[in-house]
Design a protein around this ligand. Sequence first.
Ligand code: CA
Length: 241
Amino acid sequence: MHALLVEDDDRMARALGTALAQRGHTVRRVGRALDALRHVHEAGFVLLDLGLPDLDGLELLRRLRAVCDAPLIVVTARCEERDIVQGLRAGADDYVVKPFRMAELMARIDTVRRRTDPRSGRAGADPGGAGGFDGRTVRTGDVEVDLAGRTVRVAGVDVRLTRREFDVLAFLAARPDEVHSREVILDRIWGDVFLAASRSLDVHVAGIRAKTGRSHLVRTVRGFGYQLGSPTAPAQGDGAR
Ligand code: CA
């Protein structure tokens, strides 16, 4: 796929360009906002640095979104919650803070591309993550999550979760191979990424673990977010990051 890399730092651009090329993408790198606007129409996806010499990155993001629907990931040193919120609100599909691990960024690109694939519909209108999974049951260990029926069974016994708890579990279960950032979960399920700093999500995850009696059903990826876990596996969340 063709990537538009908007990055004014040469070293960073080289590293990203190499990694993208290794994964089979073609890359156009631009260092200025005006060039980004000129070339965005050809992009299959966009990586956007916010600190650019000729225009504020958030303003560029808004302008890009006005003309282009391609998946877009902000890659920036700005790590304040306010910046992340503004970036997501302005239409970024994900937000990666520098310094980052290249493998993680590449995985997030794949995730965003899948999520925004027009054939599957954008997930923004799909708060529980269950749309498109009608009739699908996700099994991990002895836990069964029926996404359409909104039921959870552990060792064959129904477990009652609250609506929000189920939403969180279903969101993770619908994409079990992916790690989901706190911001994305909160934005999709609560509709409010401002909650990212709050304990709401952790409380719901704790509820899921307690009620199912499977503490590894939800895996914590420290400092980032959560993933569906394997309830029979030994503790594995702590070293993940
Ligand atoms: Ca920069």
